[in-house]
Design a binder for this molecule. Structure first.
Ligand SMILES: Nc1ncnc2c1ncn2[C@@H]1O[C@H](COP(=O)(O)OP(=O)(O)OP(=O)(O)O)[C@@H](O)[C@H]1O
Length: 317
């Protein structure tokens, strides 16, 4: 496989056909760059969890090959998995135990974890997710966001090069969602690659550098957010000028070489092309156009997704 050294996850033709014939994951070629926050995006049932379970060796693929941290799997599982933290099905925590005591129990049942270093690793993991001050509080007194941060702490009980999170904001309130999003960014800023699945476009757009889009078991697109936005060539950035001087504004925009100039009620829109918004503003002002507002709308990931699949997507929680 090419470039595995620069990639934390590489799959080639990874496939899972369940007994009974259903193909949950079909010929997946994923490349997750080291250091990226990779959003694995797709509606419920599109094969994200099955993919994650295969990557971690929890489900056996029926076809294809994969590498984690440059190590061919499944043979490399003992070498690679200790460097991978994962949150797939949230760990079951005891409500009457503190966050810290829960992590102690969790760590104690991990045969790969060294009990002699447990206290230090637990303290570090709690610190990493911002729960040091609440370490002795009972789990049941935790907010939803704190509970999920504790689950992420459980995935960080050792030094990790890759963190795999399956729908980490599912079921969280807006505050909890913000907490988890901020935490993912912090973990990535410390150099850990994060592979995070989600069915929410807006979320991926806010937290990820790269994205792979799944649809019914197939990967329909992957790349950096910018690369994916560029895929939507028919969805170029649009500038919208609010002004009472619509005719004058339209002629200024046309004079700058912008295409698709449309005049509406108190507004003019045009495709921005390669023009800089500040030059458009300057030209309008120089021509004496009364500019009440100027906005540039760039294609969202949803525009790209709709262009790729012809389908809409959940945009918010
Ligand atoms: N053990 C199984 N046996 C048979 N079919 C399965 C099994 N596990 C998953 N599937 C099917 O495979 C498809 C993909 O499921 P998967 O859970 O991977 O999707 P997903 O994108 O993670 O969705 P969700 O977000 O709902 O978990 C679904 O149609 C699901 O019903």
């Amino acid at each position: 496989m090419t470039g595995a050294g620069d990639h934390s996850i590489v799959t080639r033709g990874l496939t899972k056909r369940f007994r009974g014939g259903q193909v949950a994951v079909d010929d997946l070629h994923l490349s997750v760059p080291r250091g990226s926050v990779f959003g694995f995006l797709g509606p419920n049932g599109s094969g994200k969890t099955t993919t994650i379970r295969m990557l971690l060796g929890l489900v056996t693929p029926t076809g294809g090959a994969w590498e984690l941290l440059g190590t061919p799997m499944p043979g490399g599982i003992p070498a690679a998995l200790p460097r991978v933290g994962a949150l797939v099905e949230g760990p079951a925590f005891y409500p009457y135990l503190s966050g810290e005591a829960n992590l102690r129990r969790y760590d104690a049942v991990d045969p790969a974890a060294d009990p002699r270093t447990a206290a230090r690793r637990i303290a570090l993991a709690l610190e990493r997710v911002g729960l040091s001050a609440a370490a002795r509080k009972r789990y049941r007194a935790y907010s939803l966001g704190m509970r999920q941060r504790l689950a992420i702490a459980a995935a960080l009980l050792g030094p990790r090069e890759l963190l795999v999170l399956d729908e980490p904001t599912n079921g969280l309130d807006p505050q909890g969602t913000r907490e988890v999003r901020a935490l993912v960014k912090e973990i990535a800023a410390d150099g850990t690659t994060v592979f995070v699945s989600s069915h929410l476009l807006a979320e991926v757009e806010q937290m990820c550098t790269h994205v792979g889009v799944m649809r019914t078991g197939r990967l329909v697109a992957q790349g950096s957010l910018d690369e994916l936005r560029e895929l939507s060539s028919g969805e170029a950035a649009v500038v919208r000028v609010e002004t009472p001087d619509t005719a004058e504004a339209a002629s200024v925009l046309a004079g700058l070489g912008l295409t698709g100039v449309l005049t509406g009620d108190g507004e003019v829109t045009a495709e921005l092309g390669a023009e800089a918004p500040e030059r458009v503003t300057a030209a309008l002002v120089a021509a004496g156009v009364a500019v009440r507002g100027l906005a540039v709308r760039r294609p969202s990931l949803e525009d790209v997704f709709v262009g790729l699949t012809g389908e809409g997507f959940d945009v918010d929680g």
